[in-house]
Design a protein around this ligand. Structure first.
Ligand code: CUA
Length: 176
Protein backbone atom coordinates (compact mmCIF):
# COMPACT_ATOMS: atom_id res chain seq x y z
CA UNK A 1 0.00 0.00 0.00
CA UNK A 2 1.23 3.52 -0.80
CA UNK A 3 2.23 5.50 2.34
CA UNK A 4 -0.35 8.23 1.62
CA UNK A 5 -3.18 5.69 1.18
CA UNK A 6 -2.18 4.07 4.45
CA UNK A 7 -2.41 7.42 6.25
CA UNK A 8 -5.78 8.23 4.70
CA UNK A 9 -7.25 4.88 5.72
CA UNK A 10 -5.93 5.39 9.27
CA UNK A 11 -7.65 8.80 9.45
CA UNK A 12 -10.90 7.33 8.10
CA UNK A 13 -10.80 4.49 10.64
CA UNK A 14 -10.19 7.02 13.40
CA UNK A 15 -13.22 9.03 12.24
CA UNK A 16 -15.43 5.93 12.24
CA UNK A 17 -14.19 4.95 15.70
CA UNK A 18 -14.85 8.49 16.93
CA UNK A 19 -18.38 8.31 15.51
CA UNK A 20 -19.08 5.06 17.34
CA UNK A 21 -17.66 6.48 20.58
CA UNK A 22 -19.76 9.64 20.23
CA UNK A 23 -22.97 7.63 19.79
CA UNK A 24 -22.06 5.28 22.67
CA UNK A 25 -21.36 8.17 25.05
CA UNK A 26 -24.49 10.10 24.14
CA UNK A 27 -26.83 7.12 24.18
CA UNK A 28 -26.91 7.26 27.98
CA UNK A 29 -28.21 10.82 28.05
CA UNK A 30 -31.84 11.57 28.72
CA UNK A 31 -34.03 11.85 25.63
CA UNK A 32 -34.54 15.44 24.61
CA UNK A 33 -37.91 16.74 23.50
CA UNK A 34 -38.00 16.35 19.74
CA UNK A 35 -41.69 17.20 19.39
CA UNK A 36 -41.21 20.69 17.83
CA UNK A 37 -38.64 19.33 15.37
CA UNK A 38 -40.92 16.44 14.54
CA UNK A 39 -43.84 18.79 13.98
CA UNK A 40 -41.93 21.00 11.59
CA UNK A 41 -40.65 17.95 9.74
CA UNK A 42 -44.23 16.71 9.33
CA UNK A 43 -45.30 20.15 8.12
CA UNK A 44 -42.50 20.14 5.57
CA UNK A 45 -43.48 16.67 4.47
CA UNK A 46 -47.13 17.68 4.04
CA UNK A 47 -46.14 20.70 1.96
CA UNK A 48 -43.82 18.56 -0.14
CA UNK A 49 -46.62 16.04 -0.68
CA UNK A 50 -49.13 18.67 -1.87
CA UNK A 51 -46.42 20.29 -3.98
CA UNK A 52 -45.87 16.97 -5.75
CA UNK A 53 -49.62 16.47 -6.15
CA UNK A 54 -49.89 19.93 -7.72
CA UNK A 55 -47.05 19.25 -10.13
CA UNK A 56 -47.68 15.63 -11.04
CA UNK A 57 -51.47 15.53 -10.74
CA UNK A 58 -52.15 17.67 -13.83
CA UNK A 59 -49.30 15.94 -15.68
CA UNK A 60 -50.84 12.55 -14.93
CA UNK A 61 -54.34 13.64 -15.96
CA UNK A 62 -52.89 15.13 -19.16
CA UNK A 63 -51.19 11.86 -20.13
CA UNK A 64 -54.25 9.79 -19.26
CA UNK A 65 -56.50 11.89 -21.54
CA UNK A 66 -55.26 9.82 -24.47
CA UNK A 67 -56.75 6.67 -22.99
CA UNK A 68 -57.54 4.19 -24.28
CA UNK A 69 -54.27 3.93 -26.18
CA UNK A 70 -54.19 2.34 -29.62
CA UNK A 71 -53.20 -1.07 -28.31
CA UNK A 72 -56.15 -1.06 -25.94
CA UNK A 73 -58.44 0.08 -28.71
CA UNK A 74 -57.26 -2.70 -31.00
CA UNK A 75 -59.96 -5.06 -29.80
CA UNK A 76 -62.71 -2.54 -30.36
CA UNK A 77 -64.68 -2.44 -33.57
CA UNK A 78 -67.90 -4.09 -34.51
CA UNK A 79 -68.52 -7.42 -36.12
CA UNK A 80 -66.81 -10.77 -36.08
CA UNK A 81 -63.03 -11.07 -35.95
CA UNK A 82 -61.39 -11.46 -39.35
CA UNK A 83 -58.52 -13.93 -39.13
CA UNK A 84 -55.49 -13.47 -41.36
CA UNK A 85 -52.73 -16.07 -41.28
CA UNK A 86 -49.38 -14.48 -42.07
CA UNK A 87 -46.18 -16.40 -42.71
CA UNK A 88 -42.77 -14.89 -43.31
CA UNK A 89 -40.25 -16.43 -45.70
CA UNK A 90 -36.85 -15.27 -46.90
CA UNK A 91 -37.92 -12.97 -48.48
CA UNK A 92 -41.65 -12.56 -48.84
CA UNK A 93 -44.88 -12.57 -46.90
CA UNK A 94 -47.71 -15.00 -47.43
CA UNK A 95 -51.16 -13.91 -46.25
CA UNK A 96 -54.23 -16.12 -46.17
CA UNK A 97 -56.18 -13.09 -47.42
CA UNK A 98 -55.15 -9.64 -48.52
CA UNK A 99 -58.47 -7.86 -48.02
CA UNK A 100 -60.14 -6.99 -44.75
CA UNK A 101 -63.04 -4.78 -43.74
CA UNK A 102 -62.60 -1.41 -42.10
CA UNK A 103 -63.84 -0.94 -38.53
CA UNK A 104 -63.97 -4.67 -37.93
CA UNK A 105 -61.34 -6.36 -35.78
CA UNK A 106 -58.60 -8.29 -37.55
CA UNK A 107 -56.57 -11.00 -35.90
CA UNK A 108 -53.23 -11.62 -37.58
CA UNK A 109 -51.69 -14.99 -36.72
CA UNK A 110 -48.07 -14.43 -37.51
CA UNK A 111 -45.35 -17.01 -37.87
CA UNK A 112 -42.20 -17.69 -39.90
CA UNK A 113 -41.13 -20.61 -42.08
CA UNK A 114 -37.42 -19.98 -41.63
CA UNK A 115 -35.77 -17.24 -39.55
CA UNK A 116 -37.08 -14.39 -37.38
CA UNK A 117 -38.84 -11.61 -39.24
CA UNK A 118 -40.62 -8.49 -38.06
CA UNK A 119 -44.24 -8.08 -39.12
CA UNK A 120 -45.00 -4.38 -39.40
CA UNK A 121 -48.18 -2.87 -40.82
CA UNK A 122 -47.80 0.66 -42.23
CA UNK A 123 -50.43 3.07 -43.49
CA UNK A 124 -50.18 5.08 -46.73
CA UNK A 125 -47.93 7.64 -45.01
CA UNK A 126 -45.66 4.84 -43.86
CA UNK A 127 -46.66 5.30 -40.25
CA UNK A 128 -46.47 2.07 -38.29
CA UNK A 129 -49.96 1.08 -37.11
CA UNK A 130 -49.29 -2.35 -35.60
CA UNK A 131 -46.46 -4.83 -35.35
CA UNK A 132 -45.32 -8.12 -33.92
CA UNK A 133 -42.50 -10.59 -34.48
CA UNK A 134 -42.68 -13.50 -36.91
CA UNK A 135 -40.86 -16.41 -35.32
CA UNK A 136 -40.40 -19.99 -36.55
CA UNK A 137 -42.29 -22.43 -34.34
CA UNK A 138 -44.50 -19.77 -32.77
CA UNK A 139 -47.73 -18.06 -33.75
CA UNK A 140 -47.90 -14.50 -32.51
CA UNK A 141 -51.38 -13.03 -32.40
CA UNK A 142 -51.76 -9.40 -33.37
CA UNK A 143 -55.19 -7.81 -33.10
CA UNK A 144 -55.90 -4.58 -34.87
CA UNK A 145 -58.99 -2.74 -36.08
CA UNK A 146 -58.32 -0.54 -39.09
CA UNK A 147 -60.14 2.73 -38.64
CA UNK A 148 -59.45 3.98 -42.18
CA UNK A 149 -59.82 2.41 -45.58
CA UNK A 150 -56.83 2.19 -47.85
CA UNK A 151 -53.87 0.12 -48.90
CA UNK A 152 -51.52 -0.78 -46.09
CA UNK A 153 -48.01 -2.07 -46.48
CA UNK A 154 -46.57 -4.97 -44.55
CA UNK A 155 -42.83 -4.63 -44.23
CA UNK A 156 -40.26 -6.79 -42.53
CA UNK A 157 -38.89 -4.95 -39.52
CA UNK A 158 -36.02 -7.24 -38.62
CA UNK A 159 -32.90 -7.81 -40.68
CA UNK A 160 -33.24 -11.34 -42.04
CA UNK A 161 -30.69 -11.57 -44.79
CA UNK A 162 -29.68 -10.18 -48.16
CA UNK A 163 -33.12 -9.32 -49.55
CA UNK A 164 -34.65 -8.20 -46.25
CA UNK A 165 -35.58 -4.85 -47.83
CA UNK A 166 -37.63 -6.62 -50.53
CA UNK A 167 -39.79 -8.38 -48.00
CA UNK A 168 -43.03 -6.47 -48.36
CA UNK A 169 -46.62 -7.01 -49.33
CA UNK A 170 -49.90 -5.10 -49.17
CA UNK A 171 -53.23 -5.53 -47.53
CA UNK A 172 -56.32 -3.65 -48.64
CA UNK A 173 -58.78 -2.33 -46.11
CA UNK A 174 -62.17 -1.67 -47.65
CA UNK A 175 -65.83 -1.14 -46.82
CA UNK A 176 -67.54 -3.84 -44.80
CU1 CUA B 1 -37.67 -10.66 -43.11
CU2 CUA B 1 -36.28 -8.87 -42.70
Amino acid sequence: MQPIAWQISLVLMALVAFGFAFVAINSGRRQEDYTPLQKSAYRLRTRLFWGLVLVFGPAMIYTLLELPYDAARANAGAGPVQVVEATGYQWRWELSQDRVAVGQPVEFRVTSADVNHGFGIYDANLHLVAQTQAMPGYINTLRHTFSEEGTYKILCMEYCGLAHHNMLTEIRVGAQ
